[in-house]
Design a protein around this ligand. Structure first.
Ligand SMILES: [Zn+2]
Length: 209
């Protein structure tokens, strides 16, 4: 049976001018704007669940490659050292920078892994109109943690460090770094394509397991 992708009619206050708008039911692909200032009030991107699943699986594969393969290679005086994603966190910890190690591991490991795992937990059953136990709590956590997903900040830090170290040693990005770079775009696409209202309504109408 095809899943009903239409969003229900709601009353919503415009985020820009505070005007109360009656938003009609939105079919897939439609969006509603404020009648006074034309700010977007709600949108219903088509195929949200399937696109979310495809992007989440892509992110999981890229993250697995990032963790498995060398991230950076340092070459100096004929000696080449390979580092992996976790080497930096372990290095910070070993140098006594426990707080920084905790912050970096939270923003580059804990949050992305939770978001990817949480989306699988939500989206795969929703495809069959099923809601797993605690799904609403998982969605709330995903939305709250989204701003803490800082893979791109980590990458900028690496690029800055790489530029500064270039005079001292030859630096070569490994397969892990290329996968991480792609992961930044995929994570951004996940953030942009998943509309919270669509997921809340789908969770509401799904049957509990
Ligand atoms: Zn408005």
């Amino acid at each position: 049976m095809p899943i009903n992708e239409t969003l229900q009619s709601i009353v919503v206050a415009c985020p820009d001018c505070d005007l109360i708008n009656q938003v009609p039911a939105l079919a897939a692909g439609e969006s509603a704007v404020c009648v006074r200032c034309e700010a977007t009030l709600s949108r219903n991107p088509p195929n949200t669940i399937n696109r979310g699943i495809a992007l989440t699986f892509t992110a999981i594969m890229l993250y697995a490659i990032t963790c498995t393969f060398p991230f950076l290679s340092f070459g100096k005086a004929g000696i080449v050292a390979h580092t992996k994603l976790f080497s930096g966190i372990i290095g910070l910890y070993e140098q006594g920078m426990y707080f920084l190690a905790a912050v970096v591991s939270f923003t580059t490991v804990v949050v992305p892994v939770f978001i990817m795992g949480g989306l699988c937990y939500l989206l795969l059953p929703l495809r069959r109109d099923i809601r797993l136990p605690g799904a609403a709590r998982v969605l709330r956590w995903i939305l709250n943690l989204q701003p803490w997903n800082m893979v791109e900040i980590f990458m900028i830090g690496i690029i800055v460090a790489g530029v500064k170290l270039q005079k001292m040693a030859a630096l070569e990005p490994g397969l892990g770094a290329w996968a991480f770079m792609l992961l930044i775009f995929v994570m951004a696409a996940i953030g942009a394509s998943i509309e919270p209202r669509v997921l809340w309504e789908r969770l509401e109408s799904a049957r509990c397991l």
